[in-house]
Design a protein around this ligand. Structure first.
Ligand code: THG
Length: 261
């Protein structure tokens, strides 16, 4: 299970201020703690970044990789900001992950970048219009994204399918459909397709005390269905990841299993 640290996000005030001031300290502190807590990749969510997106993503990737030996997930809709990040990404710690392409024609060109820079890429199973109604519709969109990835020269092994997690407080019926979609996506190819979710989306808008409870139980169900990766807070989810890996027989039980990385 790959945990992509979610905390370097424009949604956080501390991160937003550090990005504005180009203050490396807080960015590197957060990157290092996520690494120590078990993240295998760091999400750099700079928002739409319509002005100065290239400089900002270049600065984020450099700042993060000065502090941690991990690949970066480039999280923005800004094409040129993604390209700027890919150009300076240090692939020694693993291939970068473009976040994301989808069935929206405006996002097809992200596949061009994945092919050109030998990057991995997330395929969000949404189109330009409304959200898919059920798991079958998500799988249909996933198949279209897979076909398009192949046309652009992106290997299916580098594509991570994302069903798009919605908040349970307003879209309760979507949670079970996301779990079903994770199972269905894998069946679209042999070897199975890789999958990813933005885990904390599920508990957005819920009381602070409930959020980790909902996030962790949702993650358990998704792991049971074979989820490959989650954008999440590593300090919050790593005990669940380790425990589910023991229960599913992916790691050998030891009394000290929570302490073993
Ligand atoms: N799929 C893909 N990418 C994504 C998402 C997805 N990127 C963004 C998002 N969803 C995943 N990242 C986050 C990051 C933070 C939070 C939720 C999802 C979050 N943060 C708290 C908040 O805003 O209240 C705490 C912020 C803070 O540190 O103060 O909930 O689905 N492909």
């Amino acid at each position: 299970m790959l945990i992509i640290g979610e905390k370097l996000s424009i949604m956080s005030k501390r991160v937003r201020e550090a990005m504005t001031k180009k203050d490396k300290g807080p960015i590197q502190d957060i990157a290092v703690s996520q690494w120590n807590d078990g993240a295998g990749m760091i999400d750099a969510n700079i928002g739409p970044a319509e002005d100065g997106g290239e400089d900002l993503m270049e600065w984020m990737v450099t700042t993060i990789q000065e502090a941690v030996q991990l690949p970066v997930c480039l999280d923005t809709t800004n094409y040129s900001a993604i390209e700027a990040g890919l150009k300076i990404h240090n692939n020694r710690w693993g291939k970068p992950l473009i976040n994301s392409t989808s069935n929206d024609p405006d996002r097809f060109s992200m596949l061009e970048l994945a092919s050109k820079y030998n990057a991995r890429i997330i395929g969000l199973t949404v189109g330009k219009g409304g959200l898919p109604a059920d798991a079958e519709e998500r799988a249909g969109i996933a198949a279209e994204i897979m076909a398009r990835a192949s046309e652009y020269g992106v290997q299916l092994d580098d594509l991570y399918l994302d069903p798009l997690v919605l908040q349970i407080s307003t879209s309760q019926d979507h949670a079970i459909k996301v779990i079903q979609a994770i199972k269905m996506f894998q069946e679209l190819n042999d070897p199975p397709m890789k999958t990813v979710v933005g885990l904390s989306n599920v508990s957005n808008g819920c009381p602070k005390l409930l959020r980790p409870v909902i996030n962790n139980h949702f993650l358990s169900l998704l792991m049971y269905e074979g989820l490959t990766a989650a954008i999440a807070d590593p300090v919050e989810v790593i005990p669940t990841v380790k425990t589910i890996n023991v229960i599913l027989g992916k790691t050998l039980y030891a009394h000290s299993y929570l302490e073993i990385s």
